[in-house]
Design a protein around this ligand. Sequence first.
Ligand code: IPE
Ligand code: MG
Length: 252
Amino acid sequence: MTQSNSRNDVSRRKPQGYSQKAKFHVAIVPDGNGRWARARGLPRESGHGAGVEAVRRVVARAPALGIDMLTFFAFSSANWERPHAEVRGILRVLEQYLQQDVRGWTESGVRLRVLGRRDRLPGDLRAAVESAEQATSRCERLELRLALDYSAREAILRSACRLYTALEISPDAFARLLDGTDTPPAPNVDLLIRTGGEQRLSDFLLWECAYAELFFTERAWPDFTAADLDAAVAEFHRRERRFGRVPDAAAG
Ligand code: IPE
Ligand code: MG
């Protein structure tokens, strides 16, 4: 007997059971700021300042490449373990970035959202986050997400704990919990770029990267240009994404 209702018809399900959105989501681990600065005899903080310039270049270029959503790993929960002065420096650079660019975002249609814990952020930074999110809430051209005091494991664990009595939940609803928002969940990451030569995820978007194409480059983040983004996206388009299936040609 065949089951014809769509709930049980596996062939009608999307890969992984997610609703596949047409959005193009690129996630970036911008690594190498400190080494970039040290190689120039500069304090590590100047590397973070130069890193913000690279973020600006990529945000400006993204819409032309069809990117709808960009998620940066701006400050991980593990980064609290760095020397206090560096942590302060990074958070100060981020606060200035938000304050300086919010007006430009409203003009160019960039919507800002912040992922991660907010309770441990300095009050001024938290205020800058809230005000930028509010000011850009109607922008629709590009969604720029900054992960601040973010740990993917913690996000997954927190969501699982909140749900421990639920017997079943859809992947979309779970993704919404992970984001900690009431808005539609972020689509899965299509392309993950990590600069600075390391090849690991470092607790970034573990759930969302399940089928991400990974792109690693030796280039330090402050040296990353719009042309480097073009090259990463071109490489992405050359990849064949199969989501566990066979290539179309072999499917018969
Ligand atoms: C990444 O650059 C930026 C942040 C973590 C905020 P790093 O500061 O990790 O630079 P390296 O890896 O020490 O060169
Ligand atoms: Mg690093």
